[in-house]
Design a protein around this ligand. Structure first.
Ligand code: GLN
Ligand code: ZN
Length: 764
């Protein structure tokens, strides 16, 4: 039995985000191209040396990128849209980064979620352009590792099926003929790697875990047959991850040298298939046994036993012990964390720690006495200590959860009956205007916050400043003529962090960054204990704002599902249970707002859709508890209290049902990128609750004219009635500047007033 440890990929950002800093200073022109290329190379090679020093057997190249690996492939194949005016030479950094970020008036390529992760890739665009190999950067990386470090590495490439599945623009030709045009390029890349001495090449095909139709399976068979025929010497490890394989029986028979399976997210399915169909004895099995998506330390005993079980079930001669997917989805190392609770810290495992876990498991398989090893007992002790942590034994949370009854998930009165009561109480005009919550976080706001964090100003000074900023914006909103006002969220940098810092059960790291897209990193909070509300989190800010105006000021909260989906979450409870804990905490905040006289409360759920499982057949289960968590948080209010919600980053096609199920009195949604589609789906699925279709795109500095807003309003009136019609921008305004914001909102209010007048004239 031959066994080796490997990672499907390793984070490229670096423990101190040196990758991010390097890229951004190049963009700013602070670094020459030469210096930039050199630093990137240093980062690449350091990461390889580091993984080697941790004891990993097979090292991977090609998991590194200058921005995004899908973009790397697109440029490698010459898939460059005409708008970048590329003339066919080697793709330079200017073109590469223009595709990623746009340049002057040329827009960037679209960006979208990488499967069900929070990473976003650049969508390749096919425009019928001639395809050719512009550069084989995998070969460059392979040779670099070979000559500089003397290492024979495993290059990794996103496979043809997944690449095409995630590209757009080939509608005029069939998917099969697009693949046919691409395959010769894959062949060249693979052949060059083989010629340079590559022993294994990892081909990542996460799209194979989706539900495959018979013709998809046929296509995949054709692809791999052709690759096998044309590059017979290439040893391909067909890597799947994020789920089990529905088409296991067919896919394991593909003519490749190895198949990698996810035994974390697809554990049940892949184990069942392994039992039923076995595994080809002439192939190497990639055993994805360490979770590449979570941050928790693994029980080495459990993992060793499971690996052994998989090995004996499969009966293979050779296997790899590996992460379930690339480790790019987890932070780099727990070693940088100096302030975390020790019990928590000890139970964490980031990329480096996961690599070490892989090496342990690999050595256990051939070691009779593995169970006596110190690392085995250490992992058990660490996990048990966290299980016993008092943060996980909060009696009040337990008590509150036990009191939850079916009726707490529904408002006592249906929308149709509460709507007149709310209108009676609130007396809002037709087409009420409002915003999504945040106002510009000016340089002064940021500077003052930094000063406060550094203790250069006192808590009171900071609070006074925030108060004055809110007061200033209340006045601005009144001058603009908005109907429902907001306090502006100046106290928040991040809509999840703000609440996490005030609720019990959350921990914040110093350096646990992961890439969200490009050079943008996020540092998700860790939900490790029971989530408990202890004191009001937003009441003071909102109530103070309310005192300054006779108009209504909306309370502003982040919803339970968004808090959950943008955090690292404990794994001893189901996600549903954690969502309900957060919901109960928010419910208390909502009650506090209501008691303070706040009549309209918005609970944002921009990440509701992000939590959807990969396969459609699993959607309902998720949606039912996710929607319930929102309702648990919001259903206990008075009939007259108006609950708003907001969503963005979302294709609303097929999503109207879940939105309706939230039973929010008003929803504002982002439509800038898919306005037409939304109107279409609303036509097909009539929606009766209050709704504000964002009337302008806040992502652009452009000031929309009254006329264009007017047109959008009139178009929208064809599908939504004036009783349900709200007017608002399509997302929060925190990234815009003050002048743009005021000018845009003025035009919005003018357009709404015009519509109001016209409607009254038609009535009279
Ligand atoms: N209320 C938040 C804001 O206005 C909503 C942010 C979001 O939708 N992502 O910033
Ligand atoms: Zn938004």
């Amino acid at each position: 039995m031959k066994l080796a440890s490997t990672a499907i990929g390793y984070p490229y950002i670096g423990g101190n985000r040196e990758w991010k800093r390097c890229v951004e200073s190049f963009w700013k022109g602070e670094k020459s191209e030469e210096a930039f290329i050199f630093e990137m190379k240093t980062i690449r090679l350091n990461h390889l040396k580091h993984q080697q020093s941790l004891g990993l057997d097979i090292l991977t190249v090609g998991d590194f990128t200058f921005y995004d690996r899908m973009l790397d492939l697109a440029t490698m194949f010459g898939l460059i849209p005409a708008r970048y005016k590329w003339t066919g030479e080697k793709v330079n950094l200017r073109t590469y980064y223009s595709m990623a970020r746009g340049v002057d008036d040329v827009v960037a390529s679209e960006m979208t979620k990488w499967f069900n992760t929070n990473y976003h890739y650049i969508v390749p665009e096919y425009e019928d352009q001639p395809l050719r190999l512009t550069q084989n950067y995998l070969l460059d990386y392979f040779l670099e590792a070979k000559f500089e470090l003397g290492l024979i590495t495993k290059p990794t490439i996103i496979g043809p099926y997944t690449f095409v599945q995630l590209s757009k623009g080939y509608d005029s030709i069939s998917k099969a003929s697009f693949i046919l045009r691409l395959l010769p390029l894959y062949v060249q890349v693979l052949q060059q790697l083989v010629d340079a001495g590559a022993q294994w090449i990892q081909v990542e095909e996460p799209a194979l875990v989706l539900s495959l139709a018979p013709e998809d399976i046929k296509l995949v068979q054709q692809i791999y047959k052709q690759l096998a025929e044309e590059v017979p010497a290439a040893k391909l490890m067909l890597q799947t991850y994020f789920e089990g394989l529905s088409a296991y029986e067919e896919l394991i028979q593909l003519p490749v040298a190895g198949v990698g399976l996810d035994f974390i997210h697809g554990a049940d399915q892949n184990m069942a298939s392994l039992r039923k169909y076995g595994f080809p004895q002439d192939k190497v099995l990639g055993i994805g046994i360490i979770n590449g998506r979570d941050i928790w330390r693994a029980s080495l005993a459990e993992k060793a036993m499971m690996t052994k079980a998989i090995l004996s079930l499969s009966g293979v001669q050779e296997a790899w012990v590996q992460s379930s997917c690339s480790l790019q989805h987890v932070p780099v190392t727990t070693k940088s964390e100096k302030t975390l609770d020790k019990t928590l810290l000890n139970a964490l495992s980031f990329a480096d720690e996961k690599v070490i876990e892989l090496t342990h498991i690999t050595s256990f398989v051939s070691d009779e006495n593995w169970s006596g090893s110190k690392s085995v007992s250490q992992s058990i002790v660490a996990i048990q200590a966290l299980e016993q942590h008092e943060a996980r034994k909060n009696p009040r949370v337990k008590e509150l959860l036990s009191q939850v009854r079916q009726e707490h998930f529904t408002r006592p009165m249906p929308f149709k009956e509460r709507q007149p009561l709310q209108q009676e109480a609130l007396q809002l005009p037709e087409f009420p205007t409002t915003t999504i919550g945040s106002f510009p976080q000016s340089e002064q706001v940021k500077r003052t916050r930094t000063a406060w964090r550094r203790s250069e100003i006192t808590d009171t000074e900071y609070a006074e400043f925030l108060k004055s900023e809110t007061a200033r914006w209340i006045q601005i909103q009144e001058e603009i003529g908005l109907d429902v006002l907001v306090h502006g969220e100046f106290e928040r940098t991040d809509m999840v962090e703000y609440f996490g810092e005030k609720l019990k059960g959350f921990a914040f790291t110093e350096k646990a960054w992961v890439v969200s897209y490009g050079s943008r990193c996020v540092k998700p909070p860790i939900i490790y204990g029971d989530v408990e509300w202890t004191s009001p989190m937003t009441v003071e800010e909102v109530a103070e704002a309310q005192e300054l105006t006779s108009k209504y000021v909306k309370g502003m909260l982040t919803g339970p599902v968004t808090i959950l989906n943008w955090s690292f979450v404990r794994d001893d409870l189901s996600r549903e249970q954690v969502a309900n804990q957060i919901a109960l905490a928010l419910k208390e905040e909502i009650q506090a707002l209501e008691s303070a006289g706040i009549a309209i409360i918005q609970v944002d759920e921009p990440a509701l859709r992000e939590g959807l499982p990969l396969r459609k057949e699993d959607w309902n289960e998720y949606l039912s508890w996710a929607v319930n968590a929102f309702k648990l948080a919001t259903s206990s209010v008075r009939n007259e209290t108006q609950i708003h919600t907001h969503m963005c980053y979302c294709e609303f096609n097929n999503f109207i049902e879940p939105i309706r199920a939230l039973d929010a009195d008003v929803i504002s949604i982002e439509t800038s990128r898919s306005h037409g589609e939304l109107i279409q789906s609303l036509k097909q699925n009539p929606y009766e609750l209050g709704i504000g279709l964002g009337v302008y795109d806040i992502h652009s500095p452009r000031i929309p004219s009254v006329e264009e807003i007017d047109t959008i309003l009139k178009d929208s009136l064809e599908i939504i009635s004036k009783e349900q019609f709200w007017v608002n921008p399509d997302c929060g305004l925190k990234t815009r500047n003050e002048n743009e914001t005021i000018a845009s909102l003025k035009n919005m209010v003018t357009a709404a007033r015009k519509l109001r007048q016209q409607q009254q004239q038609t009535v009279s």
